[in-house]
Write a protein that binds this ligand. Structure first.
Ligand code: ARG
Length: 468
């Protein structure tokens, strides 16, 4: 039986009927639908609508649906089910007859789908926090192992200043730790229970909303029934956060691709995560990185789809909202599949320390340190900049590094250059010069590493709620 056939004299156009169903994709919400139905059944018994025998019959039947769904994939092949809510109702009717139809008393699918989706988002966030912790810890291990290895940092993609490889890796750690805090924040707002909101105006029975919320691990009931049945902010925030995470991954992937080209040679692609060319026998291609870079497009697309769906949508529930499900699933699936792969990649990729160090030691990346040296001797910054600029021009002309210019040549440019100049231009000295928290001086990077480790470990400690 349909959930709404009484009012209709004509059957639905069969093609339309098939087309409007969501069961093909919302069946993955079944565990949440069953948990929420159990909470609703308990509230119905408490309100005196169900006898305790009816409640236990319903609860038992819900458990049986869960069991069969797990053990028999064919169980979900129901050509008639309109959506996951209809499927459960049909199954209850098969198992316990008319008592099954009592479960829907005082509730609406509008609050059910809002509840199921919130539970899905919450579960996904809990999974993601652990995956992000794995990923961040993989980066941190590489940063640890890099020790005092150096590499060039770029601005405008031109060599700028040398930095520790660990400092570069920690830049990515910051991005992903921010993503994790965004997810945690999104979880707080998502973790409220719409049950009891009815179709739009609130339940017509005195259902204990606090108890339903508590049973499902929510922090409490939602505040407004109109909002609760039409709100998809939690889904939007979730997917927007995932799209930002995907953007961060794409920046990392883009840079790794660049660094793996022979022109840089900083990174040796791990064979287990690379592919060859069917045409050019010499090729080893960064397919994993390229797909990671490309997936960001999908994630951004999901976020834009959700934004467009709710834009201008009048309150409260509209069937348009059924279209919010797939982008949420699509986004969660894409990131949950991707994070373990980038973690595996990070654990096996080789960094060519010698090449990175060499690149960090040439190309006048010590010019700022040279200017700082003059400033320390009382030369105004702008004039020091000018003097070192001239020294660089001279070195370019001679085809040598700054350190190779003679003291006489340097003093002809500015009298404040003295004998100590050459010894302040080595890689170690230049790195140590950036001696501020957040800078690349080794002692600060060491502390930053420790601090990031603590924040990554805290991701695993956060509260998680099992729904099943
Ligand atoms: N499958 C529907 C959805 O995902 C469930 C809610 C249906 N509500 C309704 N009033 N038709 O949006």
């Amino acid at each position: 039986m349909k959930m709404w056939s009484g009012r209709f004299r004509e059957p639905l156009d069969p093609e339309f009927e098939r087309w409007q169903r969501s069961f093909a994709y919302d069946q993955r919400l079944l565990p949440y639908e069953l948990a929420a139905s159990r909470a609703h059944a308990n509230a119905l018994e408490h309100a005196g609508v169900l006898s305790s025998e009816e409640l236990s019959e319903i609860v038992k039947a819900l458990g049986e649906i869960a069991r069969r769904a797990e053990s028999d994939p064919a169980f979900l092949n129901d050509p008639e089910a309109e959506d996951v809510h209809h499927f459960v109702e049909k199954q209850l009717a098969v198992q316990i007859g008319a008592t099954g139809y009592k479960l829907h008393t005082g509730r609406s699918r509008n609050e059910q789908i809002a509840t199921d989706l919130r539970l899905f988002v919450r579960d996904s966030i809990d999974t993601l926090q652990n995956l992000i912790a794995d990923w961040v810890e993989a980066i941190l291990s590489r940063a640890d192992a890099a020790g005092n290895a150096a590499m060039p940092a770029y601005t405008h993609l031109q060599p700028a200043e040398p930095v520790l490889v660990a400092h570069w890796l920690l830049a990515y750690v910051e991005m992903f730790l921010r993503d994790a805090t965004r997810l945690a924040d999104c979880r707080k707002r998502a973790n409220l229970c719409p049950l009891g909101s009815g179709a739009v105006a609130g339940a017509t029975l005195s259902l204990n909303r606090q108890a339903m919320a508590a049973e499902l691990g929510f922090d409490g009931p939602t505040a407004n029934s109109i909002d609760a049945t039409s709100d998809r902010d939690f889904a939007l925030e979730f997917v927007q956060t995932l799209s930002l995470l995907a953007l961060h991954l794409s920046r990392w992937a883009g840079e790794m691709i660049l660094f793996s080209t022979p022109a840089y040679g900083f990174v040796e692609l791990p064979e287990p995560y690379s592919t060859g060319s069917s045409a050019m026998p010499q090729k080893k291609n960064p397919d994993l990185l390229e797909l990671v870079r490309g997936k960001a497009a999908r994630l951004m697309g999901c976020a834009v789809t959700l934004e467009t769906l709710v834009k201008g949508l009048p309150l409260a529930y509209n069937k348009d909202l059924q279209e919010t499900q797939e982008p949420v699933f699509n986004a969660a699936d894409a990131i949950i599949a991707m994070l373990p792969l980038v973690t595996g990649f990070m654990n096996t990729v080789e960094f060519n320390d010698a090449k990175m160090n060499q690149a960090a030691s040439s190309g006048f990346m010590n010019a700022w340190a040279a200017a700082a040296y003059l400033v320390e001797r009382g030369v105004p910054s702008r004039l020091a900049h000018e003097a070192v600029g001239k020294a660089v021009a001279l070195a370019v002309e001679r085809g040598c590094d700054l350190q190779k210019l003679s003291l006489a040549d340097l003093q002809a440019i500015h009298p404040s250059f003295d004998a100590g100049f050459h010894s302040c231009l080595g890689l170690t000295e230049v790195l140590t010069l950036h001696d501020v928290p957040g800078g690349t001086a080794p002692r600060h990077v060491k502390r930053a590493l420790q601090n990031a480790r603590e924040r990554a470990a805290a991701l695993r400690a956060v509260e998680q709620t099992a729904t099943r």
